[in-house]
Design a binder for this molecule. Structure first.
Ligand code: TXA
Ligand code: MG
Length: 346
C-alpha cells in the first residue's frame, strides 16, 4: 500500500485535505493523525472491519481494545451508558488527555472493544484530531500509532518508521505536546479506577471523583494469574532494544554511579540536562530535560527511547527512577515497563 504523507502547515487553509483524510476513514481506510498526547492510527469506530485492519497494521492482539475518539463529550451518549461523574470529568478535562471507560452500547462493534462490554472514550484537544473527527462524522477508533511493543510515536517521523506502507495516510501535525498517552480512568458510578496515569494527574481526578483507586498494575507488574483490569496491562510495552535499568537512590549516589559507568562501551545514560557537564564528554548521553521539568521529560521520553534504539552501539541504558507523584507517576509507569521492572539501588 502506498502511504500518503499529509503535512498540516495551516489548518485553516487545509479544509480540503482534512476532508480527503475523512473520506479515507469513511470508506474503511486507515489514517494516522496527531493528538496532544501521541499519534493515533485511526479508522471508523463503527466499522468492525476497520478495527480489524488497525489491529493488523499495528501487529496488535485483537483482545486489546481501541479508544473511541469523539468530537464532543456529549457524543458519548450514542456509544456508552454515561453517568454524572463522566460529565463532571468532561467539564474539567475534555477536550484533553483523558480517556474514560464506561459500559458500552450496541452501537460499538465488539471488535473495537476487544470483546469487552465496556468502551474507552476520549475527546482529543489537538485541532487536527478534532477537525478530522468532525469531518468524518463518525467516532474514530485509534490506538497509539506505533508497532505493537515499540514506544508510542510523538513525531510523524516515528510513525513513518513504524507504519509506512501499512496505512493509507499519515497526517504530520508536528510534535505531540504531552508526549505520553492519555490518563485512563474506569468509572463505576462515583468511584474511579486509574488504569493508566497521564497528564491528568491522580490528584486532579480526585478533585472530581468521590474516590479514585489506583489499579495495582499502574505501579507494579501484574501478579501471576492476576486478571488485568485493562487488557493492555498484560502486554509488553515500550521495550527498547537495549536493556534499561532504573536507578533508585539520592541525587549524589546516582550521579556517582552514572560517572562510574559512563565511558564503558555499550552504555547510554538517560540523564537530566544539569548532569551533562558533570559526565565525561565521551559518554553517550540522552538528555531528557531539566530535573524539575517533568513536562519536558514526558514530552521527550518516547523520542529519547527511540533515539537510543537507533544508536548502533548501545546495549545497556540507565535512567533515573521518576517520582511517583504528579506527572511523575505517568513517567514512572512508562519507565518501569520499558525497564521490565528492573530497578537498581545505588
Ligand atoms: O493518548 C492516547 O490515549 C492515545 C491517543 C492516540 O489517543 N491512544 C492510546 O491508545 O494510547 P492505546 O490503544 O495505545 O492504549 C489504550 C489502552 C490499551 O492499553 C487498552 O488495553 C486500554 O486502553 N483499553 C481500551 N479500552 C478499554 C476498556 N474497555 N477497558 C479497559 N481498558 C481499555
Ligand atoms: Mg499504545
Amino acid at each position: 500500500m502506498k502511504t500518503e504523507i499529509l503535512k498540516i502547515e495551516d489548518l485553516s487553509t487545509q479544509e480540503k485535505d482534512i476532508s480527503r483524510a475523512a473520506e479515507i476513514i469513511c470508506r474503511g481506510g486507515l489514517v494516522v493523525f496527531p493528538t496532544e498526547t501521541v499519534y493515533g492510527i485511526g479508522g471508523n469506530g463503527t466499522d468492525a472491519a476497520a478495527a480489524t485492519a488497525i489491529y493488523r497494521a499495528k501487529g496488535r492482539p485483537s483482545d486489546n481494545p481501541l479508544i473511541l475518539h469523539l468530537e464532543t463529550p456529549e457524543q458519548a451518549e450514542k456509544y456508552a451508558i454515561t453517568n454524572e461523574t463522566y460529565y463532571k470529568l468532561a467539564a474539567q478535562f475534555m477536550p484533553g488527555p483523558l480517556t474514560v471507560i464506561l459500559p458500552k452500547k450496541d452501537t460499538v462493534p465488539s471488535t473495537v472493544t476487544g470483546g469487552l462490554d465496556t468502551v474507552a472514550l476520549r475527546c482529543p484537544a489537538h485541532p487536527v484530531a478534532n477537525a478530522l473527527i468532525r469531518a468524518a462524522g463518525v467516532p474514530i477508533a485509534a490506538p497509539s500509532a506505533n508497532l505493537s511493543g515499540k514506544p508510542s510515536p510523538t513525531l510523524a517521523a516515528h510513525v513513518i518508521d513504524d507504519l509506512s506502507g501499512k496505512v493509507d495516510m499519515i497526517i504530520d501535525g508536528g510534535a505531540s505536546e504531552v508526549g505520553l498517552e492519555s490518563t485512563i480512568v474506569s468509572l463505576d458510578g462515583e468511584v474511579g479506577t486509574l488504569l493508566r496515569p497521564g497528564a491528568i494527574t491522580y490528584d486532579a481526578l480526585c478533585c472530581v471523583c468521590k474516590e479514585v483507586r489506583v489499579a495495582p498494575a499502574v505501579l507494579e507488574g501484574l501478579a501471576k494469574n492476576e486478571r488485568p483490569l485493562s487488557p493492555g496491562m498484560k502486554y509488553r510495552h515500550y521495550a527498547p532494544r537495549a536493556t534499561l535499568t532504573l536507578l533508585d537512590g539520592d541525587d549524589s549516589s546516582i550521579k556517582a554511579f552514572m560517572r562510574s559507568v559512563a565511558t564503558t562501551k555499550g552504555i547510554g545514560l538517560l540523564c537530566y540536562n544539569e548532569e551533562i557537564p558533570l559526565l565525561p564528554t565521551d559518554s553517550t548521553l540522552f538528555p531528557v530535560g531539566a530535573q524539575d521539568d517533568l513536562a519536558t521529560q514526558a514530552h521527550r521520553l518516547f523520542a529519547v527511547l527511540r533515539e537510543a534504539d537507533d544508536h548502533p552501539n548501545i546495549t545497556t541504558l540507565y535512567a533515573h527512577l521518576p517520582p511517583k507523584d504528579g506527572l511523575g507517576l505517568a513517567l514512572y509507569n512508562r519507565l518501569i515497563r520499558a525497564a521490565a521492572h528492573t530497578i537498581k539501588k545505588v
